[in-house]
Design a protein around this ligand. Sequence first.
Ligand code: HEC
Ligand code: HEC
Ligand code: HEC
Ligand code: HEC
Length: 477
Amino acid sequence: MNTKLRAFIKRGSPLLAGLLAVAMTAGAADPADKTFESRNDMFKEGFPRQHASWKSTADMDFHSKHLGNTFEDVLEKDPRLVVLWAGYGFSKDYNAPRGHMYAITDVRNTLRTGAPKTDKDGPMPSACWSCKSPDVPRLINKIGKEDYFSGKWASKGSEIVNPIGCVNCHDAGEGKNMSLKPGNPWLKDGLASMGEDISKASHQDMKSLVCAQCHSEYYFAGPNKEVTFPWKNGLKVEDMEKYYDELEFKDWTHKISKTPMLKAQHPGWAMWKQGVHGKNNVSCSDCHMSKKQDKGVTFTDHRVVSPLRDIEGTCKTCHSQDKAYLLEATYTRQEQIDEIKLKAEDLLVKAHIEAKAAWDAGATEKEMANALKLIRHAQWRWDFSIASHGASFHAPEEALRILGTAVEKAGEARLEIARVLAKHGINDAVAMPDLSSKAKAQAFIGLDMEKLVKEKEEFKKEILPKWDAEAKEKGLL
Ligand code: HEC
Ligand code: HEC
Ligand code: HEC
Ligand code: HEC
């Protein structure tokens, strides 16, 4: 290829990048749709620097004081979570997020997706693939949103096989110009529901919106279980709480307290908007994707990772403070929030278990209604403030404010329950279980982990190789 042309593209000319994308995919084995090229390696020749750095999201070599891209079993670290999510998939298995290259591997391997034996089997709907792969926009383009969402997770196992890549964030493929473009359609709908038009977004806005399509609170709406952003009333925790309450929506019923629960799902973009960087439109990629030089060419490092890995290339492009100060500023905020977070968790664990004692003592639905509503709101807020993993840095004041209301509501719930318990003749403290390990907590909520793990192992051995073989036949891998 013409080296001058290449150099141009490496400097980020979208138009020429488009021409190159055409040249690059021409003559390739026929994928399902070249205009949504989901095979990330097809971009290797045209965009070697972006491709190589994208691929390195597979590296697991960085750990900051609290986060990082290494493997971490969150339930083992904090067994309270098992009780908080009793009756829901997250109590079985929950690991800290790692690099985008693992998106397919991790959703296949987690106990939360179960061990389906057929296309119609398993606990999760198709929607569970939605933030994992460039095959999602490709498939939606091919069969439509309705058919994409219909059916079980396993029904798309041989279609969705490539980890998060170019088509998720770029208008990438034959005849496309490689500009930033969120591949998933529900972001556009979510923004429209609050009166915003994605076509009016600037390039700087797009540098966060491409992340917002996945790093956002969502729920599975309607009988077809379509990914939907609950943004109609606004982006704050109370706005989304109101949205769900109006719908009487619940993600699950808590196994111990019988509360109709909400699970918050990483509202990264919404929380970022509440913080000082979001308010100054410092984008996600300004911090998580630094600029690099290679032989005189500036390009965007596509290794999306903790910015603390490269403070020089991220924070210090704007800040003149030294590295130690910036690290300290981050860690202090994280630790202040962790302290309150644990207090909220302790109260919530007690509230769930005390609610069970009240039911066991003969409490009526009417007596419990107020307490359960308080538990629902307290846990939703606790979850919302931490589930995006980055909020204690992105918006520390807002995270603390939300956690404050979670502590208040969990405390109020316990007071309510104490009154109900007293009414039924119980005045002593309710005994608490030993939650010193994940295994003990899982036994307490009645999970048969041995069975779940065994079924999953069989699924990995028998079903996954079939999915990959079928995907290869279709030309998707
Ligand atoms: C198509 C959906 C999708 C898009 C788009 C996306 N992410 Fe992610 N992101 C994920 C998923 C899923 C994970 C967790 C992957 C895993 O653990 O297997 C993740 C993980 C991460 C992590 C943790 C990485 C680590 O090393 O621990 C960071 C940081 C991150 N994303 C930031 C971003 C930023 C910044 C953007 C936009 C430039 C972005 N993401 C765009 C879905 C997405
Ligand atoms: C998680 C989102 C995301 C993914 C996945 C992604 N990109 Fe990007 N890419 C960006 C962002 C954001 C920018 C723009 C940064 C800016 O303008 O400051 C960018 C910029 C670019 C540019 C312009 C030149 C440059 O380096 O700034 C090219 C070319 C590019 N990406 C190619 C790719 C290719 C090829 C892939 C797949 C291997 C890919 N990108 C995957 C988000 C992504
Ligand atoms: C001003 C810089 C900055 C901006 C802007 C920013 N982040 Fe972060 N982000 C950080 C820092 C610092 C951390 C904490 C990293 C650590 O402790 O290692 C973090 C953590 C995260 C994490 C958790 C990573 C992990 O390993 O678990 C995710 C996910 C994330 N950010 C996504 C986003 C998204 C999505 C956006 C935009 C909506 C965004 N960030 C905007 C600086 C930033
Ligand atoms: C693209 C520019 C940019 C980048 C990159 C950036 N910041 Fe900032 N930062 C800002 C701006 C703008 C403000 C607000 C300054 C003000 O209000 O005077 C700010 C404010 C802050 C503050 C003060 C927060 C407060 O509560 O007032 C801290 C701490 C901070 N940044 C840390 C970091 C760290 C750590 C990183 C890297 C992970 C980082 N920033 C990356 C632009 C940036």
